[in-house]
Ligand binder design. Structure first.
Ligand code: PMP
Length: 392
């Protein structure tokens, strides 16, 4: 589908620098690039920056390396797409920025329907981001309130009814806000519909490692799709799994049919970034690069990730047990079954208002709670608040 994307023209300013370099005249003067130069015509490394760099041991050359390592983390080291160079991966401003650049790329170059299929519910920004890019959006059923689980049949029905070739947005794992993920068998079913309808999957991976505590397991859904050799997009965020929320570390990958197309796509992604924010910040990505590229730090990170995932799991059990103990009416097994940072409690808006107004428990009006915000000592209090809210 992207074999015919045109190569973007070279940057006009960088072209001038090339010509300047090639010029042998002693009188030559480069006034083309807007970069500070010293009296000697040399670039100036500011002392404060050099000192800050020395203190933080930054590896400033690590950015292309970051893209490579981030892609390998998601697709797996043995991924055929990566080995064949069929991916264009660029560092973006966390998950949001990756989705946005991906949306802009689709809006300009996708030859299929400019329509993104989005689950109901989904992270609220999804629809807004794609609309802002000039894409249309359409919802597909995802969450079933009656079971507090996946509406698998409804999901497939809606996807089958959508136009062939549409873009299908999927949460790679730990679906936000529901905490409901498809099983591996259900992923297989989603893949089959994707293939038969020639849909273009766009994976949003904001929680790799956070769901199960295992990076490979949390990447299984998108790897299942990538391993068929299909074209796809992936927006990756390191905000949650590395706790680098404010650093805006993320990557967008576009996997296409061959390496030559990937090069052309990459040129267009870079132009898109240039027009939106020129280039991404360095600091967070250099931290991520150092972790991803260092076996000892990688081991430490994996342990810490597992620690976070395990604690969240313990909180699920703790809250479930406390709900039993206080005798909250109804079935609360969904709290145990749901995955990742969030749980969709099933509380209605008036019940949520009671939680906040009477019990000082703050949560979103859709009934979502962040399990990561809970601690062992507070499970009982939360269970009592929930019991009171559902009973009154
Ligand atoms: N996608 C999903 C599903 C999310 O939950 C979030 C964060 N809440 C994002 C993307 C964006 O994350 P980031 O902070 O990395 O931009």
């Amino acid at each position: 589908r992207f074999l015919d994307v045109p190569q973007a023209p070279p940057d006009a300013i960088l072209g001038i620098s090339e010509a300047f370099k090639a010029d042998t005249s002693p009188d030559k003067m480069n006034l083309g690039v807007g970069a500070y130069r010293t009296e000697e015509g040399k670039p100036l490394v500011l002392g404060a920056v050099r000192e800050a760099e020395r203190r933080e041991y930054l590896n400033m050359g690590g950015i292309p390396e970051f893209c490579k390592l981030a892609a390998a983390l998601a697709f797996g080291k043995g991924s055929a797409a990566l080995q064949e160079g069929r991916n264009a991966t660029i560092q973006c401003l966390s998950g949001t920025g990756s989705l946005r650049v991906g949306g802009e790329f689709l809006s300009s170059f996708y030859p299929g329907p400019k329509l993104v299929l989005i689950p109901t519910p989904s992270w609220a920004n999804h629809k807004a981001i794609f609309k802002r890019c000039g894409m249309q959006t359409q919802e597909y059923r995802y969450y079933k309130p009656e079971t507090r689980g996946l509406d698998y049949e409804g999901m497939l029905e809606d996807i089958r009814a959508a136009p062939d070739g549409a873009v299908l947005l999927l949460h790679a794992c730990a679906h936000n806000p529901t905490g409901v993920d498809p099983t591996p068998e259900q992923w297989q079913g989603i893949l089959e519909v994707t293939q038969s309808k020639k849909l273009l999957p766009f994976f949003d991976s904001a929680y790799q490692g956070f769901a199960s505590g295992d990076l490979d397991r949390d990447g299984a859904s998108l790897r299942m799709f990538a391993d068929t050799g299909m074209e796809m997009l992936l927006a990756q965020s390191f905000a949650k799994n590395m706790g680098l929320y404010g650093e805006r570390v993320g990557a967008l990958s576009v996997v296409v049919g061959d390496a030559a197309a990937a090069k052309k796509v990459e040129s267009q992604l870079k132009i898109t970034a240039r027009q939106m924010y020129s280039n991404p910040p360095r600091h967070g990505a250099s931290i991520a690069t150092r972790i991803l590229g260092d076996p000892a730090l990688m081991d430490q990170w994996k342990q810490e990730l597992k620690g976070m995932a395990d604690r969240i799991h313990t909180m699920r059990q703790g809250l479930y047990d406390a709900l039993q103990e206080v005798g909250a009416p109804g079935d609360w097994t969904h709290i145990l079954k749901q995955i990742g940072m969030f749980s969709f409690t099933g509380l209605t808006r008036p019940q949520v208002e009671n939680m906040t107004n009477k019990w000082h428990v703050y949560m979103t009006f859709d009934g979502r709670i962040s399990m990561a915000g809970l601690s062992s000592g507070k499970c009982k209090y939360l269970a009592e608040a929930i019991k009171d809210s559902v009973e009154n």
